[in-house]
Design a protein around this ligand. Sequence first.
Ligand code: FPP
Length: 260
Amino acid sequence: MAAQDKTPFAGAPDPGQGAQGRPLHVAIVMDGNGRRAKRRGLPRTLGHREGVEALKRTVAAAGELNIRWLTVFGFSTENWSRPAAEVAELMALPKRYFESDIARLEREGVRVRVIGRREGLSAELVKIIEGAQERTANNDRFFLNIAFNYGGQADIADAARRFAEEVATGRAKPEDLDERRFTSLLATADSPPPDVIIRPSGEQRLSNFLLWEAAYAELVFQDVLWPDYGAEHLKAALAAFSARDRRYGAIVADDVLAAG
Ligand code: FPP
């Protein structure tokens, strides 16, 4: 199978997918751990640990709400600039999460994938990540992507480099590159584009999350800090999504008539 055809999701969004009602793919910037801890006079690291508990609640809620793909932002390529002790705590979170939850995820049909660069991660962490992915590789009820050491720009640069290598070695020609082929080179190639990107904590920006994939995502910003996030917040975000009119650059049928 040609590289560009390895996924049914590569390329422009299918207007039918998640267009009405419930989204197929939800992405979340898990933001506000540090602020919540600080407001309570606690160390930021504790906020991140509470963030893992919110992730567990949200994965469970997403499954119950018939969402098939959930992509969460756990560590960005820019987060390395945080103090060393905080980076060390963040690096320990996947282990903490998988130690407590991987058996349940496996049992419940969740396929786990960790997207992002492996460079910079310890050999132990890479082994834990690969182990979690392998253990759940045959599951297909629910897809959980954890973006870790991930940056949208870094992923686009990596994809561009991969295509340049294909051209340099004669496996591709420059004119072979279109949106579909490029999408197939991204870390998210096996997932449909996100229908909605949720950011709690009151901040209203993407912060280098899923930049290419966000082309037609609805954005929902919520005023709750991530460690407090739960099923009711996810339901509220889905309600906001279902009220949106998704047109993918087209116009609605009535306006087509009006346009003559
Ligand atoms: C954003 O900043 C959040 C993070 C850098 C970490 C988010 C990680 C989790 C919620 C747990 C992830 C779990 C796994 C398994 C990887 P911040 O929360 O420090 O924000 P703030 O300082 O702006 O409040």
